[in-house]
Write a protein that binds this ligand. Sequence first.
Ligand code: FES
Ligand code: FES
Length: 203
Amino acid sequence: MSLPGRPKGASRRAQPEGTPIGPPGRPQGQARRSQPDEAPATAFPVLTLTVNRQRFSAPVPREATLLHVLRNDLGLVGPKYGCGLGACGACTVLIDDRVARACLIPAHGVAGRHVTTLEGLGDRAAPHPVQQAFIDAQAAQCGYCTSGMVLATVALLRRNPGPSDDEAREALQHQLCRCGTHVEILRAVQLAAGRLRDGVERA
Ligand code: FES
Ligand code: FES
């Protein structure tokens, strides 16, 4: 995906809130003297949002999508770029616990909201129960859809801890898997649901 340019001197990665964002090497508070023949830097509006329980603040172009900010500015590559049209679900994230397509959402449209990506669920050392269920059920082949499938399953189990297969199919019907791992994915949903019910763990 080609992305809009970045203002001269702006940091590529977003900084945790409170970290001054500006050209490296200049002491904080020291003004930069403008040069008479220098083109003015583009001023992008500052975006502040919470991602995986951490607040970030950075200048972001108005037209940037949430997916662009997550992957390119925050380095969170769980959400994938698939169709870019809202049709495949590879870019799925949770916004305030609801499934959303990050490829379609303007980043500034979710300012101040809570975004969860795959990285916010668990990691290799301590996977989320849904991640562990996908591993145990071998519910991935190429894995391109898996981040979206896992997040959509988390959202499903938060609102319905005991879904039938039909309910799981309906909840995941807009998450496309090109590899045909649907049987294993449904098995993973039931595995996770059972473990969460038994373990009194929240999805
Ligand atoms: S990449 Fe967002 S729905 Fe396909
Ligand atoms: S495992 Fe390849 S797209 Fe689903």
